[in-house]
Design a protein around this ligand. Sequence first.
Ligand code: SAM
Ligand code: SF4
Length: 325
Amino acid sequence: MLNDSFGRTHSYLRIAVTDRCNLRCRYCMPDEGIDFKPHHGILSFEEIHRLVSVFATLGIRKIRLTGGEPTVRKDLSYLVSMLSALPGIEEVTMTSNGILLAETLDELHRAGLSRVNISLDTLRPERFRAITRRDGIAKVLAAIDQALSLNMHPVKLNVVVMRGVNDDELLDFADFAIRKRVTVRFIEFMPFAGNRWQSEYFISSDEIRERLSRTYALRPLGEETSSSAREWEISGQETRIGFISPVSNHFCASCNRLRLTVDGALRTCLLSNAEISLRDLLRGGASDEELTRSILASLNEKPETHPGINGLLEHENRTMITIGG
Ligand code: SAM
Ligand code: SF4
C-alpha cells in the first residue's frame, strides 16, 4: 500500500529514538552542539508502538532504530520487544556508535534485535578521539566482537570517508573486514546543518573503489543486495565492501525507506525538508484511519530524487541527529 507516485514501494522505516549522543562526531554534530528536544517533544515508546502498528498494516516490514545514539535511550530493549512483537514486523535492526553495545547487545538481541550496523571511522585511538571528540575506540571494537559472538550476521561497519582525515585507512578497513568477517561500508560525506561540509573533504565512492582495487580484486554484486549500498566482494575472500554514495550517485530510484524523526515527523526523504508531524496528529486524537490518510498523502508528495550537491548546500536541512541517519 505504501506506493508513491513514482512506483516505489516502501517497506522500511527508520526511527530516531533520541537526539542525544555520547559522541560528538565532527561531521555530524555541530561545534556548538544541538538544542535537544524537551522530553515531552519526543515520541514515547507507546506512541512509537502505535505509529509502527499503523505502518505495519500498510506494509512496513523492517524497522531500524537510530538517532542520535539509540542506546542512550533508557529501556531501549523494552521498545525493541514491543516492536518486534508487532504483526507484520519481520526485522528490528539498529545503527549505533557501539560505545554502550558491548554491555547491552545481549539484552537487545534477546528482546528481538536481529542485526546492528556499527559506525567506526578510524581504527586508530588518537584519530578516534579527534573525530568523535571523545575516547572509546576499545569499547566499539568490543561491541563488534560481541555482535559477532551473538551471530548477528552480517555485522556491518559504517565508515564516513573524508579526504585528509581518514582516507589513508581504506586498506586497513578492508583488511579488518577480511580478518573479522564483517562488511565494511564506505559512506560519502553529506552536508547537514552545522557540519561544515566542504568539497575538499569529499571523496567519492568511485575514487574509494578505484584506490581499493589497486590492492584487491573487487567483484560487483547485484544491486538487490541493498537499496542504499552497492556491494562488492573482495575476490577469494567472501568479504563484502559496500559503497553508500548519496552525493555522487544517489539511489533514489530504489528508495524503499521512510523516516520518523525524534519529534515524530514523517520524512519521506532524508535530504528533502518536507515533513508532517504524526506526533501532533496522534496527540490530537487521530484515529488509525486518519493517520493512514496523512501518511499516504505525505508519501504521494515524495520527490522523485533529492537535489544535487549544490541544491543540498543551499537549503538548510535538519541535523542528521534529529532526522535519524
Ligand atoms: N549514533 C549512531 C551512529 O553513529 O551509528 C546512529 C546515528 S548516525 C547519525 C547514523 C549514521 O550516519 C552513522 O553511520 C554516521 O556515521 C552517519 N553520518 C552522520 N553524519 C554524516 C554525514 N555528514 N555524512 C555521511 N554520513 C553521516
Ligand atoms: Fe553521535 Fe552517531 Fe552523530 Fe557520531 S554520527 S555524533 S555517534 S549521532
